[in-house]
Design a protein around this ligand. Sequence first.
Ligand code: TYD
Ligand code: MG
Length: 463
Amino acid sequence: MAKTQKTFVCTECGNVSLKWEGRCSACGEWNSLQEEVTVKGSAKQEAKKATQGAWTQKRGRKQEHARPTHITKVQGDGTVRTPTDDEELNRVLGGGIVSGSIVLIGGEPGVGKSTLMLQLALSFSGKVLYVSGEESEQQIKMRAERLGLRDNDCFLMAETNLTNLLMQAATLGPDVLVVDSIQTLSSQYVESPPGSVSQVRECASELQRFAKETNIPVFVIGHINKDGAIAGPKLLEHIVDVVLQFEGDRNYTHRILRTIKNRFGSTAELGIYEMQGRGLREVSNPSELLLTQKEEDLSGSAITATVEGIRPMLIEIQALVSTSVFSSPQRSATGFDLRRLSMLLAVLEKRCGFQFGNNDVFLNVAGGLKVSDPAIDMAVVAALLSSLEDVAMPSNVCFAGEIGLSGEIRSVQRIEQRIQEANRLGFEKIYVSKFNMKGIDPANYDIEIVPLSKVEQLFEDLF
Ligand code: TYD
Ligand code: MG
């Protein structure tokens, strides 16, 4: 019987302490320590060594001691990129799957992580092993049929035991290994239940070792819940090479795949999908999906030219300003920071003399998107004024500018891309900051560019 040890692990930072504390002594988070039992010392090491040997030997490799190499003599053949059929996935991965890399796909339950990975498994031109600890092989096959089963080299396995998983993977030798999900895997040398901090950490490091030694790229799915209470991908982010976050409101069909960390590419990338009855469809032209179709111009709506990552897109901002029946009026924002809305209202009151004190204000970013791009400020202000004055905005006008505390309109990044996107979609006028005009020749665009420096000018020009 191996010796066991009881420890308390912080679910936020992974710090281990020997007794329970209300607050983690390392990261200062309250109520984050979780009791765990691990097999102690040598017994665990021995057992681990035995299994690691098993799958390494299968590949006919021995562990060698490392020696320093001059940088010019290091062989650069390690990073081979294989593009997938999925253009959006290629984009967030920085051009394709890097051999020997480990990629974590995080996201809330039900957002579509398993669907995305199964689609990859079914469309990849090579051998893929899809291991699931969540669904049976029959269930995965049913989903695959729904997604349009193709005649490619895809193998399924329902397994939660890490050692067997790695042995089977090493024997099969796939070009890509997909693991769904890290929270269901368990290593027999850690006593804690699957999904606990030490299990997740142990399984992730073992998968990483596997990827590095066999050169097989590994995709790992990781769940996060709304308050991040369980050992979520936060702790995993340090171990893996690439972290992708799959986001989306379940009430809407579009999903965003965002790069959080990428050792082989840029983190400014973004992939957009639409969830349909037969799986995820790549969206190469997001603006057309996000701009709501209307028959007539209504007050309280303005279009902004925003940039998510490095992709420009046009989205609609909706505002409703109505007389309040309560003594303290309501302020509500969906998809936009509520404090930023309060700040913009304060600027409008102080700098332009509008009164919102007796009004309820509701703000909504259409399409269920959450945006944090400061350039949408100007559209928010335009939508608020349009609703307050009850004057509809022409539908061929859009905005891109940040608003400062003294009511000045500040320049924003990637202005040319925004103007081009608005131009491409047939808008006739774009309001931008005066300070953004440097290096921009309005003669190059079909669209009229209106430079402004103050919020007051925006109001005068519009109404
Ligand atoms: P899933 O991939 O199981 O989510 P996750 O692995 O992130 O928990 O899929 C979640 C939802 O997607 C599910 O509720 C049903 C929906 N869905 C579709 O709308 N169309 C489809 O073709 C598929 C396969 C799923
Ligand atoms: Mg799933």
